[in-house]
Write a protein that binds this ligand. Structure first.
Ligand code: CDV
Length: 309
């Protein structure tokens, strides 16, 4: 048995006016609860430190950059890293990263139990659009503010297992999990900010959105025989609702823990990484069963190529 006690630290809403310091206090309170629950690892959502700013259209690059972190840890997050170190707890959190040479990424990191950053992932599948879209009921400007991640889908040996990360929209794409699955991933950490209503389809509301959230996370876990921890930023941010529904899914695709609120809430589960072995050695033994000679279109094309009429 290789057990990692995992805490999914769902965050309630963060308003535009909330400071990073105030958010970090809330994150530390969740970490304190995780420590009491015996967690080895605590996972925070996508863009944990601020409101989901890509819903706001901005033209002034200085204003855009004010939502980004130039270093990690920094002054605002230092107390969080210190508390994690004091507890000997690993953590994963998402933030907007501005690199020294001026690149903008939607990033998730993993620290070990000493607080050292051992893994970095940059969101590959950026949803939304890059110009103001009057047709939508609200904006989703990730393509305006971020570049697609340039690190691929790496995995890391940490906490006695093989760990991977992705961010929000990545969870809807089977390729995300499979590339990590092909590296033997045993626990995928991800955060999300998912609006409760589809901005292009008003009748797609929270029930459907929560259904899709479970569907993709459960499928990704089962088809790659891995644990997945999916953590929301939830609730109403400056009038814009986000779904909750943070969940932990086992390698059989079953939900073993799920958040009940849209507030700061901790979900916990002891994840035995050895539970990944059975699926990886039987029905999803990739080496025996995958037929790569038929998978060319997956890496060879993006859009649909329909047969001729
Ligand atoms: N932050 C996100 O990536 N949100 C998307 C929305 C736009 C659908 C998501 O996949 O949840």
């Amino acid at each position: 048995m290789r057990e990692v006690v995992v805490g999914g630290a769902q965050m309630g809403p963060i308003q535009k006016s909330d400071t990073r310091e105030a958010v970090v206090e809330r994150m530390i309170a969740l970490m304190d609860r995780a420590h009491e629950a015996g967690c080895d690892l605590v996972v925070y959502p996508e863009l944990t430190l601020t409101t989901f700013f890509p819903r706001w259209y901005m033209e002034d690059q200085r204003e855009v950059d004010s939502w980004f972190e130039r270093e990690m840890p920094n002054e605002a997050t230092a107390p969080l890293f210190k508390r994690a170190r004091d507890y000997g707890m690993a953590m994963s959190l998402g933030y907007a990263e501005l690199t020294p040479d001026g690149h903008h990424f939607n990033t998730q990191i993993l620290t070990d139990k000493t607080g050292a950053i051992v893994g970095k992932y940059r969101k590959v599948h950026l949803p939304g659009h890059d110009e103001f879209d009057p047709e939508r009921s609200f904006q989703h400007l990730e393509k305006r503010y971020f570049e697609p991640g340039d690190l691929g889908f790496p995995v890391w040996r940490a906490l006695g297992g093989i760990m991977g990360m992705c961010v929000c929209n990545d969870r809807r794409w089977p390729e995300t999990y499979r590339v990590m699955g092909l590296q033997g991933v045993e626990l995928v950490m991800l955060g999300y900010n998912t609006p409760s209503v589809n901005s292009q389809k008003g009748d797609e509301g929270p029930e459907k959105r929560l259904f899709h959230n479970r569907l993709v996370v459960q499928a990704g876990a089962y088809q790659n025989s891995t644990w997945v921890v999916a953590v929301a930023k939830a609730g109403v941010e400056d009038g814009h609702p986000l779904i909750g529904g943070s969940l932990i899914v086992n390698p059989d695709g079953e939900v073993v823990a799920e958040a009940k609120t849209e507030d700061d809430e901790l979900i916990v589960h002891p994840c035995d990484l050895d539970a990944c072995n059975f699926g990886k050695e039987t029905i999803f033994d990739f080496a025996r069963h995958r037929r790569i000679e038929h998978y060319g279109p997956i890496t060879g094309q993006t859009g649909i190529v329909r047969p001729k009429e």
